[in-house]
Design a protein. Structure first.
Length: 256
């Protein structure tokens, strides 16, 4: 790294892990969450959701997944429903929600890039902000990764998945409402999906249409109460990642 004064990122953590494994004869490193094999074994989530929807006698009009640290769970939820969409059996919409501070789908470019900051991994075609991406240290940004899983990126590129980016204050507003009405304190990153679900419900109400909305609550926020305290105290700042930084980062990507 060019500087030791940074808040860290998942890309840096992967670089450190690969380097450590490469120095040991008895150690192998398997890349996780963004790779396709991890997404596929999580499809049990979507299969269970299909069974639950059948029990309720419903089928979702929109499926919402969080596109950050829980992106493998997003794919796990979406993929089983996507099968019917690809077969032409349904018109279900699929929405991937991400932080405005790490907007790889909504602001990134569809390019071959490294999965880590130091460029030690194989190249992957994905929507990326550039492997040199260094995100702001905010509460609701998940692990603050620079890119996205190749399979989900392909579906987004083909128009099967929509993407939406939210800053953290509207997300905490949604999470606080959810906690007060449902009795569950959501993880800050899960609040993005809650925000989108609320907005979808409000839009349906304004249009006078019924809409079955399915989203995945991927974790609780009992270890993130300081973040909620900061939100309620008005201390959180919304951060929007600038497009000029994306353009600058693209200069470091290989041309393939």
């Amino acid at each position: 790294m060019k500087t030791h004064e940074n808040s860290g990122s998942l890309g840096i953590a992967i670089s450190e892990a690969v380097e450590d494994a490469a120095m040991r004869d008895d150690t192998k490193y398997s890349l996780g969450s963004v790779l396709n094999h991890v997404l596929l074994h999580q499809t049990v989530i979507g299969q269970e959701a299909i069974a639950q929807m059948e029990m309720a006698g419903e089928y979702p009009d929109v499926v919402i997944g969080l596109r950050r640290r829980r992106l493998q769970r997003t794919a796990g939820l979406i993929f089983p429903f996507m099968k019917d969409r690809l077969a032409g059996k349904t018109n279900t919409r699929f929405l991937a929600v991400e932080p405005a501070s790490c907007p790889s789908l909504t602001k990134g470019e569809y390019r071959y890039d490294f999965g880590d900051t130091a460029g030690l991994t194989p190249l992957l075609k994905m929507y990326t902000l550039g492997h040199t991406f260094m995100p702001p240290g905010i509460h609701a940004g998940g692990l603050r990764y620079h890119a996205m899983a190749p399979l989900l990126c392909h579906l987004y590129d083909q128009g099967y998945i929509e993407a939406r980016a939210y800053p953290q204050n509207p997300c905490f507003e949604a999470a606080t409402l959810f906690a007060r009405t449902e009795g569950i304190v959501p993880a800050p990153e899960s609040s993005h999906a809650i925000r989108a679900a609320i907005d979808e419900a409000i839009q349906a109400r304004e249009e006078g249409r019924s809409r079955v909305i399915l989203f995945n609550l991927s974790g609780h926020g009992l270890l993130d109460l300081q973040a909620y305290d900061d939100y309620l105290a008005g201390k959180l700042i919304d951060d929007f990642y600038p497009e000029e930084k994306v353009r600058e980062a693209m200069k470091d990507l290989p041309v393939i």
